[in-house]
Write a protein that binds this ligand. Structure first.
Ligand code: PMP
Length: 394
């Protein structure tokens, strides 16, 4: 084997713990609540077929040509039109999935050793995206309403060690499913403004509410102090890799330069297809069908947990949107060990530990309810309860 010398940062890169787990659990016969994928039943296949044809017939050559780094003007305008605050399309940068937005933000804001704040727990993919920049990620204490402001202020730090950014997911968070309250949003925005810390607001799930729209985004409350990230992955289809950043003018240019170096631009064809699909209010008709489907599955999972977990000393979140629910096992029970017992019984979940920047809570796990039917949910949660009982007995 060749022994090449790799960059120090390469040693810090690791494959997502989730992807490794999915290799074990995506076997036939296993009811998997481990994945982070949207339901393929939610993909509007006909609308895409028609849009691909229309794009090729109308502007095929342009759709196949290089295009600008900032993104397709019609798509940027459409995004500005549907965001619930006053956004100039010139502030929108189309990205190759919102995952790329995390990479670009990391490159622009973080040096080796830079302090950055995240929720406890947070999106694992964000920790992964920031890791090559070698920052120090610090978890801020959080409750059911999101980051605790007092701990946020305490963790920001001062001088050269002051945090460069705080990364937050106010709506139906991945992995907990929790939503930040209106009051907490306001308090966080005000504290961040006072301390001059940029908030990175990641909102891929915000449109997937079940009963009522979540409170206004952080960016709507202080557009100059927040970098907002959105995505079409959960409302249309993730395979297109279309996401976006809304950035204050002060950093927009740097983010665009970072993107230019990374991939020149997001695929022209995909941008045009998405713009074609969403014109004429398609999302207003389509997204409610996803909400209705996921709500039935959320209800089935909550009912199954209520039924199966009684007396097991287990608690869980009650998400009002999104795709995930977070389970807390009895103190001392290890979700990683539990996973083996659960897979033996025919179900899989993701252990919670990798979602923490430090001080992992090993007695937590994430369940996704969107790619399983209510019948599978019943069977899967019964299998999980049986696995938990086996650990109690052990
Ligand atoms: N942020 C969060 C919180 C996510 O859950 C995901 C997808 N799992 C992403 C960003 C990335 O999504 P995409 O690149 O498909 O837009």
């Amino acid at each position: 084997m060749t022994t090449w010398t790799l960059a120090e940062r390469a040693a810090k890169m690791n494959s997502s713990a989730i992807r490794e787990i999915l290799k074990l659990t995506d076997r036939p016969g296993i009811i998997s609540m481990a994945g982070g994928l949207p339901s393929p039943k939610a993909f509007p296949l006909e609308a895409f077929t028609a849009a691909c044809q229309a794009v090729m017939q109308r502007d095929g050559a342009a759709a196949l040509q290089y295009s600008t780094t900032e993104g397709l003007p019609a798509l940027r305008q459409a995004i500005a039109d549907f965001l619930p605050w006053n956004v100039d399309p010139e502030q929108i940068l189309i990205t190759t999935g919102s995952q790329q937005a995390l990479d670009l933000i990391g490159k622009v804001f973080l040096d080796k050793g830079s302090r950055m704040l995240v929720e406890k727990p947070t999106y694992l993919g964000a920790l992964q995206a920031f890791t090559p920049m070698e920052p120090v990620a610090v978890g801020v204490d959080s409750d059911d309403e999101g980051m605790l402001i007092e701990d946020f202020a305490k963790q920001v730090g001062t001088g050269a060690g002051k945090a460069r950014l705080a990364y937050v997911l106010p709506n139906f968070q991945n992995p907990t499913g929790r939503t930040m309250s209106d009051a907490r949003r306001q308090a966080l925005v005000e504290k961040a403004r006072e301390l001059n810390i940029p908030l990175i607001e990641d909102n891929p799930y915000g449109d997937l509410w079940y009963e009522e729209q979540p409170p206004l985004p952080l960016a709507a409350r202080n557009p100059e102090g927040v970098i907002y990230m959105g995505s079409f992955s959960k409302v249309l289809a993730p395979g297109l890799r279309i996401g976006f950043i809304v950035a204050p003018k002060s950093v927009y240019g740097k983010l665009t330069q970072a993107k230019q170096a990374a991939d020149l631009h997001t695929p022209s064809f995909n941008q045009r297809v998405v713009a074609e699909v969403i014109k004429d209010g398609f999302l207003d008709r389509h997204v409610p069908t996803i909400r209705a489907m996921y709500k039935v599955q959320r209800d089935a999972m909550l009912a199954a947990l209520e039924r199966e977990m009684s007396g097991l000393n287990v608690s869980w979140t009650r998400p009002v949107g999104g795709m995930f629910l977070w389970v807390r096992l009895p103190q001392g029970m290890d979700a990683q060990t539990l996973l083996a017992a659960a897979v033996e019984r025919g179900m899989a979940f993701v252990p919670g530990a990798p979602f923490f920047a430090g001080d992992a809570q090993g007695n937590t796990l994430r369940l996704s309810y969107v790619t399983v039917t209510p019948e599978q949910i019943d069977k899967g949660i019964a299998a999980l309860a049986s696995a938990i009982r086996s650990q109690h007995a052990a």
